[in-house]
Design a protein around this ligand. Structure first.
Ligand SMILES: Nc1ncnc2c1ncn2[C@@H]1O[C@H](COP(=O)(O)OP(=O)(O)OP(=O)(O)O)[C@@H](O)[C@H]1O
Ligand SMILES: [Mg+2]
Length: 366
């Protein structure tokens, strides 16, 4: 936790803000997210490679007046998958139908959606790895031939009736591309792998959001938030909103725009209050790291053991917490489990307890 000259003690308040779980986000947060979503590829910040690839695919389809190929968007939560799906529809002037894997639990659920698509429609299936297996098989045929077979009747008298579908573009999103069966993955014409954003890109995301919120935030303030949002635009926007709240409640001297004025002091105070440390680790990240470091002496620890120890789903640890911890070099994945790096021991002020420290090795040599 960084020092701040705030007069607020974060320990006095029981604030439990989940910065990563979209399911726990309040409706207000979701409305806020929607309002900040870029509407075109041009407005979409960063992911230069994916943007170029998508642009080419969409433009080629437009030139030939056909529906674009199916697109799979893969990557950790909050990096812009839903936003890109909406952009694909918007850029081509096509209607968009939104569904999700957990909502498709029977082949019939999918048949109902597919048979009601209009020509050229974009069908977005979020969390596509959670779709029922029977629906997955129906989707193979639908993606390839724009056709499905509907079973009529039961038992020995059952027959399958083919049904032609309107040509459509499937946009699938997944945080766990590895869980998709190969036949499904292979039927996408293009897979976009979204990467975490760098700080310069996050500053752009934040500058855009601040201006939409009418918040007057200086460069230093935005850069501080950018360094603490785990490479994730959703978290950047959410932290910015907390900073905006802080700026409204503690107006700095001098003028501000309608949404208030935020400087470095306000950012540090707000983020300290919400328990976001200098690296952007939140409570869950820190809980995971503490367990690896203190209970398991730095590891290796298996994913399931870790999940049980912090009382979280293994899936959350694997999809939400771990990719970031690996990316910033606090843990590494080994065949025997997760292992803390020297940087982790240092960040948590435990360098003297690191394995080998007693032997007098400098921590960087461990
Ligand atoms: N490249 C970007 N430029 C600007 N804002 C972005 C960008 N990517 C994402 N955002 C913002 O981040 C928020 C989250 O993005 P989005 O909902 O698309 O993420 P997601 O990948 O679908 O996450 P999940 O896996 O949780 O569904 C949106 O409100 C959007 O405004
Ligand atoms: Mg999404």
């Amino acid at each position: 936790m960084s020092n701040s000259n705030s007069d607020i003690e974060s320990g006095d308040l029981d604030v439990d803000l989940d910065l990563t779980d979209p399911v726990l986000a309040s409706e207000a947060e979701l409305a806020f997210e929607g309002a900040l979503r870029p509407k075109s590829l041009e407005e979409f910040v960063g992911q230069t490679r994916v943007r170029g690839q998508l642009q080419l695919l969409l433009t080629a389809a437009m030139l030939q007046q056909r529906t674009p190929d199916h697109i799979l968007l893969a990557g950790p939560p909050g990096l812009g998958k839903t936003t890109l799906a909406m952009i694909v529809a918007h850029e081509g002037g096509r209607p968009l139908r939104m569904s999700s894997g957990p909502a498709i639990q029977h082949a019939g659920d999918l048949a109902a959606i597919l048979s009601s698509l209009v020509p050229g429609e974009v069908l977005f299936i979020d969390e596509i790895h959670r779709m029922a297996r029977s629906a997955e098989e129906m989707l193979y045929l639908a993606m390839e031939d724009f056709r499905i077979d509907i079973m009529v009747g039961k038992g020995a008298g059952a027959t399958s009736v083919p049904l032609d579908l309107a040509p459509f573009t499937l946009v699938g999103a997944t945080t766990r591309a590895g869980l998709l069966p190969n036949p499904l993955r292979d039927r996408f014409g293009f897979t976009a792998h979204l990467e975490f954003y760098d700080e310069a890109e996050l500053e752009q995301v934040l500058a855009r959001a601040a201006s939409l919120l009418g918040l007057d935030a200086d460069r230093e303030a935005l850069s501080e938030i950018a360094g603490r949002c785990r490479g994730t635009p959703r978290i950047a926007n959410r932290l910015l909103r907390r900073v905006r709240d802080y700026a409204l409640v503690h107006p700095a001297s001098g003028s501000g725009r309608r949404g208030g004025r935020a400087d470095l002091t306000a950012v540090r105070a707000a983020l300290e209050l919400y328990d976001v440390d200098a690296l952007g680790l939140d409570r869950l990240d820190r809980a995971v790291m503490q367990i690896v470091l203190t209970r398991f002496g730095g590891g290796p620890v298996g994913l399931n053991t870790l999940a049980v120890s912090v009382g979280e789903e293994a899936e959350t640890i694997e999809a939400v917490v771990e990719p970031f911890l690996v990316r910033i070099g606090l843990i590494t994945r080994t065949p025997r489990g997760r292992v803390a790096t020297p940087a982790a021991w240092r960040h948590f002020g435990l360098a003297d307890r690191a394995p080998g420290a007693a032997a007098g090795l400098p921590i960087d040599d461990l």
